[in-house]
Design a protein around this ligand. Structure first.
Ligand code: T3D
Length: 264
């Protein structure tokens, strides 16, 4: 399907979603949010897609909620229906990313603020341009961090740093993001597109089912005790034992060559 506020492209096993509202630093209005939901569903369902790459057009990754879309309500002094907007909107973007059984990479090309930062945090990897900035903008407008930031931030950077980032709302640059464990790596801005594409294509050539179930096991393990987690791992391993990619991985090891994974 055609999209109005994002670009969607599939090639070499990688689906690329480019948030495409550069004039507002890819602020998330209703259109882009619902299109993101659809594009994520498309990527999840397409067997030709073995890795998803999310980036932004222009100089921003995403400035978070589009603060102009509720202007009428704010002008009239009417409370905005934020709870319902989150449940119908961003929550249905973030959860599918965590449940997608394919690796998801964010190429953070500029500022990632508010729900835009949460979108990056929900991805499995974040490759940041040296011009990237991360901003828990919510508190600056008197809101709580949302779109999963309360889940991801403490798990990524630790409780104390998460509290600092959320309550102080300071904008941090790419080097600090790397130091705090928020990003996988930082690359020169001009090379971001090529480096993140190469990173994603490498993942697209990997054992897709293994990645998918590893991701499922990580999300399980982070909220369960050791016994439940190991039992869960055993169930998943039993499933992966049946896959062609597992057979190929072992065969390639024994034959001292690179494995050729097919994602099945
Ligand atoms: O409301 C709900 O749906 C509830 C859910 C909330 C979840 C959230 O995400 S709350 C957080 C919302 N986001 C923000 O509060 C961030 C607001 N933006 C900024 O603080 C700054 O723009 C940045 C620090 C992100 C970037 O600063 P800078 O100096 O690089 O760029 P700029 O000049 O401020 O912005 C460039 C343009 O983008 C500008 O438009 P103009 O003047 O050129 O026509 C600016 O208004 C526009 N823009 C930036 N952020 C947003 C936005 N337009 C709409 N919504 C935005 N969030």
């Amino acid at each position: 399907m055609g999209y109005e506020a994002l670009l969607y492209d599939v090639g070499a096993g990688v689906a690329t979603i480019t948030l495409n509202r550069p004039d507002s630093l890819n602020a998330l209005n209703r259109t882009i949010t619902f299109e993101l939901q659809q594009a994520l569903a498309d990527a999840a369902a397409d067997p030709a897609v073995r890795c998803l790459l999310i980036t932004g057009a222009g100089r921003g990754f995403s400035a978070g909620a589009d603060l102009t879309q509720l202007e009428d309500s704010y002008d009239a002094g009417t409370p905005a229906p934020l709870g319902d907007m989150l449940r119908d909107g961003y929550n249905k973007v973030i959860i599918p990313i965590t449940k997608m059984e394919k690796p998801v990479v964010a190429a953070v090309n500029g500022v990632a603020a508010g729900a835009g930062a949460s979108l990056a945090l929900a991805c499995d990897f974040r490759i940041a341009s040296d011009k990237a900035r991360f901003f828990q903008a919510f508190i600056k407008i008197g809101l709580v961090q949302d779109s999963g930031a309360s889940y991801f931030l403490p798990r990524l950077v630790g409780f104390a740093k998460a509290m600092e980032l959320a309550l102080l709302g300071d904008i941090i640059g790419a080097d600090d993001a790397l130091k705090f464990g928020l990003v996988t790596k930082v690359v020169p801005h001009d090379t971001l597109a090529d480096e993140s594409r190469a990173f994603a294509e490498k993942l697209a050539g990997g054992p897709t089912r293994g990645y998918g179930l590893s991701k499922r096991a990580m999300y399980f393990g982070i909220d369960h005790d050791i016994e439940a987690t190991m039992d869960f791992e055993a169930d998943l391993q039993a499933q992966l034992a049946l896959t062609a990619d597992h057979m190929e991985g072992v065969k390639a090891f024994r034959e001292k060559r690179e494995a050729k994974f097919e994602g099945r």
